[in-house]
Design a protein around this ligand. Structure first.
Ligand code: SF4
Length: 405
């Protein structure tokens, strides 16, 4: 396919595809999905080899959020039966992080629900970052605390944070349909504050919330412009008790096309499969490792992932390897650029994201299996609701049970 050859060439040169090319990837048919994966896989291997970075989420504060993000089980008015608790103490968070690191993760993502941190919250998280770094040499720490006020990114950096996550989630045009308590511009501002403070920026999206192909391309092009080091791709987990509970529109093939499009548009960036991996990719998860170079190990913020051991087995069986703390995540030109982790002492950084407040809970709709430029209407599978695969987290942080790592 000429389209795919063109996109591979551009990906190897870090050249931006046209919007029409990105839309055409989303419009390819299920019959072509292996060709799409093979092409984007060449770009992935060029920049990241066969390494898979493992990231571990620690939900520092769960639920009780005053914001109304429609996709989120922690939102105002959510009746999802999630764990609700206030700030973990630094030693509790450090203990949770240690489980993930022992399981093979090299980055810990510290996430808290809420609109954004108070200065006191920044103090608490700073103490937690210091505790984790003291006890785990070489660990990368990313914070995800919502919208930042002036000076807070610098304080987190000074406490030892390597990265800050805040997702754009969806296109500017549809943002107001998803959230009313803050704006798309607020989100962009926080990513820019993280960048400006010298933190490695992590910012991504949620697919499946009812957005069009054009919306997906819009948000990914906006991310390319913001230039984060890592881009988490969440697939909406439609939690019962949230406004998007009925949005079951993603198929495994659709998820692969979305990841491939992100890889072509952001070829040298850490692309992470985030929330919804097990729910929507299901048995095709190993194919997605040809597109993304990063995943979360174990559980998500408010939902359970597959067993950490299953993640490790999947990576090995698919012919990939877990990235070690002695390996640099990002390509050299990016790792050595200012701003990113590369400029910190820890090996490579790359990103972090988390699921979380920035959104990773999610998963959404997807009614756009088709749209597209070339008129090749994809033969889409029907996306059957798989509510049986959504399970609220009942172990790890905030509970007396051992974490999944
Ligand atoms: S995504 Fe973050 S800000 Fe939005 S409702 Fe959830 S926890 Fe609150």
């Amino acid at each position: 396919m000429d389209l795919l050859n063109t996109l591979v060439d551009k990906g190897l040169r870090r050249e931006l595809p046209t919007r029409e090319e990105a839309l055409a990837v989303l419009a390819t048919s299920d019959d072509d999905v292996l060709d799409v994966v093979a092409a984007a896989g060449k770009v992935r291997r060029h920049w990241f080899g066969r390494r898979v970075k493992l990231n571990y989420l620690v939900n520092l504060k769960s639920g009780l959020c005053p914001e109304d993000c429609s996709y989120c089980s922690q939102r105002l008015g959510s009746t999802a039966g999630i764990l609700k608790y206030t700030w973990l103490k630094p030693d509790e968070a450090s203990e949770a992080a240690a489980a993930g690191l022992a399981g093979g993760a090299k980055r810990v993502c510290l996430v808290a629900s809420g609109r954004g941190p108070t200065d006191r919250d920044v103090d608490r998280v700073s103490d937690t970052i210091k505790a984790i770094k003291e006890q785990n040499e070489g660990v990368e720490v990313c914070a995800c605390l919502g919208l930042l006020s002036d000076g807070q990114a610098e304080r987190l950096r000074d406490a030892g944070a390597d990265a800050y996550n805040h997702n754009l989630n969806t296109s500017e045009g549809t943002y107001g349909d998803i959230t009313t308590t803050h704006t798309y511009a607020d989100r962009v501002d926080t990513v820019q504050k993280a960048h400006a403070a010298g933190l490695s920026a992590c910012s991504g999206l949620i697919a499946g919330m009812g957005e069009s192909d054009e919306d997906l391309v819009d948000v990914v092009y906006s991310l390319r412009e913001l230039d984060p080091d890592s881009v988490p791709v969440n697939f909406l987990i439609p939690f019962e008790g949230t406004p998007l509970a009925k949005e079951w529109n993603l198929t495994p093939q659709r998820c692969l096309r979305i990841l491939a499009m992100v890889r072509f548009v952001c070829p040298d960036v850490e692309v992470r499969i985030a929330g919804g991996r097990e729910v929507h990719l299901r048995t095709l998860q190993p194919l997605a490792l040809n597109l993304a170079n990063s995943i979360f190990l174990g559980d998500y913020l408010t939902s359970e992932g597959q067993a950490g051991k299953a993640d490790l087995d999947m990576i090995a069986d698919a012919g990939f390897e877990v990235e070690g703390t002695d390996q640099v995540t990002l390509p050299e030109h990016r790792a050595t650029a200012g701003g990113g982790c590369g400029s910190h002492e820890s090996a490579g950084c790359g990103s972090h994201e988390g699921a979380g407040c920035g959104g990773h809970e999610a998963a959404g709709c997807g009614s756009h299996e088709g749209g597209g430029v070339c008129g090749t209407a994809p033969v889409a599978q029907t996306a059957e609701p798989r509510t049986d695969l959504v399970s609220v987290r009942r172990r790890g942080a905030g509970t007396d049970l051992a974490p999944n790592a």
